[in-house]
Ligand binder design. Sequence first.
Ligand SMILES: Cc1ncc(COP(=O)(O)O)c(C=O)c1O
Length: 445
Amino acid sequence: MTISREGTNLDPWYGHYAERTAGLSASEVRALFAVASRPEVVSLAGGMPAVSALPLDTVAASMERVMTERGPAALQYGSGQGTPELREHILEIMALEGIRAGVDDVVVTTGSQQALDLVAKLFLNPGDVVIAESPSYVGAMGIFRSYQSEVAHVPMDDDGMIPHALTERIASLRAAGRSIKLLYLIPNFHNPAGVTLSAERRLEILDIARKNDILIIEDNPYGLLWFDRPAPQAMRSVDDEGIVYLGSFSKTFAPGFRVGWALAPHAIREKLVLAAESAILSPSSLNQMIISDYLDRADWRGQVDVFRGLYRERRDAMLDALDHYLPDLTWTVPNGGFYVWLTLPSGLDSKGMLPRAVKELVAYTPGTAFYADGSGREALRLAFCYPEADQVREGVRRLATVVRSETELLQTFSPTGPIETVHRPHASAPAPQSEPLHPAERGPR
Ligand SMILES: Cc1ncc(COP(=O)(O)O)c(C=O)c1O
């Protein structure tokens, strides 16, 4: 029997997909991974943790112990909410950020990415609005888009999201009759901006969300990876009703296990478990047991210190190199995490410049990846987590060559003469506070 399909030569099922798939597109980060993985390219693009710094023999010993001592259970389906053992460990980890909770409130997920997906699935109808920082995490925006909702950005400065801008944004969206469902925040060592939400602003933003009846997603995969001083305590440490908190083993242990978690208010937690069971039945028993064994026996706090030292060294290498090679530009100064946000001279286009950068054997992520509204051309994200310090320096040197030649090109062909660069004499000092990272705010599409 021949089935008639309104397809194309490339995809015979073209006309059959659900409308929500219109939001599924390969992220710019994903496309980049392919190009940037060539060994001669210094990749400042992907946020890949430095897993080779893990004690691999200790991890292997945990794997072996789990298999020899509890093999059948490890290879079996498990609880949809995750093993009680791992959830106990997760409470210990969250206590380091000031969070107190019960073991029943934790839901183990397949990476925090899945937790984000489940929360979005529970709350978002087509046309709903999610408020997020400007810029925001590309992977979260992809999820929100896949539920046919829209992201409305709110500007940040070096202290994170600006509370009065949030209030204004909520008011204008409400005046336009929009339904605001979620406020998505990455308070610590932001991806991609590198900045941290100040303690005062955490309280202000909590207050605004409470008054406006908006649920906060506090996404915190990088919180323990601080450099000079710990980040302020988690927002969830002062509010256990209005926040779904997300954590992950990806950055402090290893992303290959794909284990993260959500800590949700009681009612939401029940629905989360049902949604998780419907998506995957149960998270990997094997991986949860390996992580529990590792946390029981290894010096995991010491290992987090090792990561902190290593990333601090790479951050310092990046900031020194930026000071040295691109002194006329501005960038954020992260106190933890993986990322620096660099602002280009006005008129340059980070996306258009990327092929030339790759030709010079350096890769980065264009700013446009981190905005739902197409802005971000004059900025880019630099990740210092993966290459070693001297490679980070070399990457910035190559990038500077590209920026200089692009700037010269622009100056040569600009009808208005020389273009402007934003000069900051001490680029490694934080930028003035009230200056948004991205002033050109636009409304939701
Ligand atoms: C802000 C943020 N949230 C969530 C994730 C997803 O992490 P996981 O590996 O736990 O799924 C990432 C990964 O880079 C991230 O940067």
